[in-house]
Ligand binder design. Sequence first.
Ligand code: PLP
Length: 384
Amino acid sequence: MSGHKTDATPAAPPRKVPAAKIQFLPEDRAWIADRIQEVLATGQLTLGKYGAEFEQKFAQFCGVRHAVAVNSGTSSLEIILRALGVEGKDVLVPTNTFFATAAAVVHAGARPVLVDTDPESFAVRPEDVEAALTPKTAGIVVVHIGGIVSRRIGALQELARKKGLWLVEDAAHAHGSSFNGVRAGAFGIAGSFSFYPTKVMTSGEGGMIATSDDRIAEEARIYRDQGKASFTQNAHTRMGYNWRMSEPHAIIGLKHLERLPAMIADRQKIAAIYDQGLKEFRNLDRLQVPAGGVCNYYKYIVVLKEKRDRKALKATLREQYGVSLAGEVYEDPLHKQPIFEKYLTRALPVSEDYCARHLCLPVFSGMEEADARQVLDALKKVIG
Ligand SMILES: Cc1ncc(COP(=O)(O)O)c(C=O)c1O
């Protein structure tokens, strides 16, 4: 070993900004644990009072008449589609969405027809929907990507009405988001929510059907419980499944629903820092929330002006600056997924371009201002 001394102290490793984090406050964990103790003691472990309370409060939150709790967002979509009787028909679905949106259409016995992306909202444009209609189209599933409700949602509703189709919302990203005072879940005949742990609120696993349609609500209750005509009868009248939500999941969901406004406010605070800080960036655009819209910031989406090697860029941000970016929405459009290639009926160039060029910045409840500033500094160095 040389006796040579140097003044250079190694640079401190950057503090880490995770891509996402789940927040359950200590008092909320205690509240949940107490009620789980209660249901374990009583044995009332499914379809009980907590599920019913979760449904009632969730319906009220969305501004609809009914909510039906189920075990995932995927099952809530499939149940809605089954209740609408899609078997043998076509259902228009954005190509820029999660696997489950189109998979639910297939599981319900219909054919998904994939629609290109609106660069402004990452959802679908009425023109593209109209161009994709087929003689067998029964309805349209819209997805509020990243928690943004498109400003064109009214035009999509109008198009559906004019063509005699239904509109269903896959609102898995959009708990608490709204446009012109209407909450996600209340725009179509029914809305589907997911409470998967990455979402803005969670029940561990779970999903919810929101609807003001009495018949769909009634059908959903039948479908989720093995197609039984009612809880007390054993006549199976529909091809249902075990899609029930357990009481422990409902208890977790109830508490997170109560925290939802505060958790969204936290995310909005971080988004406001990004909005301000990103204004001076020349190499990327922010996906903007439209006037009249409220976003829950499930994702904070930016679009690179030029395509870059996203994997390498994410690795640099993580390894050199301690910043982990969140998962994309989506990395690839559905028609690039091997299982859905066969549903491609037209070129969908916008989705391919925007899927490849966007990034999702970290945003979560409990994230600190200093974290957001670190993200901005890192982006400035890596993207400029
Ligand atoms: C757009 C979208 N639809 C459906 C789902 C499916 O929800 P789940 O994972 O609860 O089945 C998800 C999320 O996972 C989603 O992001």
